[in-house]
Design a protein around this ligand. Structure first.
Ligand code: DGT
Ligand code: CA
Ligand code: CA
Ligand code: ZN
Length: 574
């Protein structure tokens, strides 16, 4: 039985965490995490690739050393290095990394000075007031720790990107069954929610049993929970649960509508149906015994007097009213995008060079790609100082002479320092085509200070885009405290743009923020923050979030042709 990608990734994540607790060099720790992410999101089985002797170093972020480790895991199911680390690092410490506010340095301190090795011991130390006495901790941290430990553990959800390979493979597997006409993963996955609890699969077929037998033979199933004549439930090897419903053609639309949800949306539709003396359920839309619709979602919406509502909008946030009035947004489509305004190269912590990034952007059909490497403050990424940035700018000028069909924009992702000033001098920022700024340190300032800091950065007339505006990492780090609405007001007044970062771990602005931005007239850049040529494809996650936030082509600056974009970036009229 080949080792699953999720298992390889889990070991690499664990090694990263344990190395970090041991105080290992941050570059190395990051390398493991990035490799883990690559593995976790890779559509093909790494164990099989390794078995077939394929060159794993071709994957982003995987060098010789990591390729060896992946092969070792694929071969033996484990990693010697991980086992050694497990012997050295007390097992409970890793769990403490999940407590908000506790990074590896603090976990190390707690262990070294207080002998804390588990959440229970940490709680005791905090209650006894021993934590606040440690240098660098204080009473507030102690309170935060107690509060965090007191919260109930939330059930595990998967990032959309982690669920996607399994969802696509499952659809493909089902459509490989002769009896299946169409199979769709519905639920939160289809609504492109940033995390999903489980997969809800709807298959269209007249032969329930045959489809169920085919379903449970899917190779990535860990165990079959239940198996009937039209429904089955399984747990996949990556831990995700998948529920299948097989429905006949005449019910496929209403079943999709039901299982796509979200529940409040569907409940509202059902109520509308009742008002028209109709009955809506998974099997169809009925008047008495007569089925008046059910084959497609479109016909159900039409019968209810509504325009078709895209899955991303089905959250009961005004979409039904808009569908009734014919005022639904014309949602942003991936094809609307003409370029990407946030990317990194090997000059800092990216894994592809300028040329490779440009080629990949052109292959995606883009007109432009902004290269926005980090500034000097971000030492773990080998951020650029003015001299190195100028070298890169010259290189971009040279490359633009050669390149056809794509323009590289000269940019930088400049750190916003604690006082709101920027990490590179204005002189060089003025010469860039696009300046992205972002907060990468001092994430835990109180809201007033954090907001003031960001507002001050936006006052710099060279700044165009505020990247990943809330700094959250899904499932790993809460957003920093920021008055997003004030930042939006300032952005609108000053002609700045807010980013929707398409990295599936970030996806901030979130959907609600996007909707607010649109209502306030703030422009958005949907960018990937790609750290390799492959990651330009992450744009699909950003587009999904943008659609959930009701964004249209007009609201998004990188739908503009290059000339128009350049005018916008000059902040004319700001
Ligand atoms: P998740 O899995 O937590 O990310 O979220 P969903 O939206 O996929 O929810 P899930 O898996 O519990 O159920 C899938 C869909 O099935 C849900 O979006 C709507 C539908 N559904 C489930 N239970 C009910 C219900 O009691 N009433 C109605 N109207 N729909 C339901
Ligand atoms: Ca679900
Ligand atoms: Ca479900
Ligand atoms: Zn970046």
């Amino acid at each position: 039985m080949p080792v699953h990608n999720a298992e390889i990734a889990e070991i690499l994540y664990e090694v990263a965490d344990l190395l970090e607790i041991e105080g290992e060099n941050p570059f190395r720790v990051r390398a493991y995490r990035e490799a883990a992410r690559t593995v976790e999101n890779h559509p093909r089985s790494l164990a099989e690739m390794a078995g077939e002797g394929e060159d794993l170093t071709r994957l982003p972020g995987i060098g010789e050393d990591l390729a060896d480790k992946i092969r070792e895991i694929a071969r033996t199911g484990t990693l010697r290095q991980a086992e050694e680390l497990r012997e050295r690092v007390p097992p409970g410490l890793r769990g403490l990394l999940g407590v908000p506010g506790l990074g590896p340095r603090r976990v190390r301190e707690l262990h070294r000075r207080l002998g804390v090795e588990s959440a229970a011991e940490l709680e005791r130390a905090a209650r006894e007031g021993r934590v606040r006495r440690l240098p660098g901790f204080g009473a507030k941290t102690e309170r935060n720790i107690l509060e965090a430990l007191g919260r109930k553990e939330r059930p595990q959800r998967f990032r959309l990107s982690a669920a996607e390979p399994a969802a696509r493979a499952l659809e493909e597997h089902l459509e490989g069954c002769g009896a299946v006409r169409e199979a769709v993963v519905a639920g939160s996955f289809r609504r492109r929610k940033e995390t999903v609890g489980d997969l809800d699969v709807v298959a269209c077929s007249q032969e329930g049993r045959r489809v169920i037998e085919h379903f449970v033979a899917f190779e990535d199933i860990e165990r079959v929970v239940s198996k009937g004549s039209t429904r089955s439930s399984v747990v996949l090897k990556n831990g995700l649960e998948a529920d299948l419903r097989v429905v006949p053609e005449e019910s496929f639309g209403t079943a999709l509508l039901y299982f796509t949800g979200a529940q409040p949306h569907h409940v509202a539709l059902r109520d509308m149906a009742l008002k028209r003396r109709l009955k809506l359920n998974e099997y169809g839309l009925f008047r008495g015994e007569e089925r008046v619709a059910g084959r497609t979602e479109e016909e159900v919406y039409a019968q209810l007097g509504l325009r078709y509502i895209e899955p991303e909008l089905r959250e009961h946030r005004g979409e039904i009213e808009a569908a009734r009035q014919g005022s639904l947004p014309q949602l942003l489509a991936q094809e609307d995008l003409r370029g990407d305004l946030h990317s990194h190269t090997t000059a800092t912590d990216g894994r592809s060079g300028l040329h490779e990034m440009a080629e990949a952007a052109r292959e995606r059909g883009y007109e432009y790609l902004a290269v926005t490497d980090h500034s000097r403050r971000l030492r773990v990424a080998r951020g650029l100082d003015e001299r190195r940035l100028r070298e890169q700018m010259e290189e971009i000028d040279r490359l633009n002479e050669e390149l056809e069909g794509i323009t590289l924009l000269k940019g930088a992702e400049v750190d916003i320092l604690e006082d709101g000033s920027l990490d590179l001098p204005d002189g060089v920022l003025e010469e860039l085509d696009v300046v992205v700024c972002s907060v990468h340190h001092k994430l835990r300032l109180p809201e007033r200070e954090q907001t003031r800091r960001v507002l001050r950065a936006l006052e710099n007339p060279n700044v165009n885009i505020l990247a990943h505006p809330t700094g959250r990492l899904i499932g790993r780090r809460e957003p920093y405290e920021l008055d997003v609405e004030r930042v939006m007001e300032a952005a609108r007044e000053r002609g700045c743009v807010l980013e929707l970062n398409s990295n599936p771990e970030r996806l901030d602005l979130n959907d609600a923020h996007c909707k607010l931005a649109k209502e306030m007239g703030v422009k958005i850049a949907v960018s990937t923050d790609a750290h390799s040529a492959d990651e330009l494809a992450n744009i699909r996650f950003g587009v999904g979030q943008a659609r959930r936030g009701w964004l249209e082509r007009e609201d998004v600056v990188n739908t503009r042709p290059l000339g128009e974009l350049r005018r916008l970036l000059r902040r004319e009229g700001a």
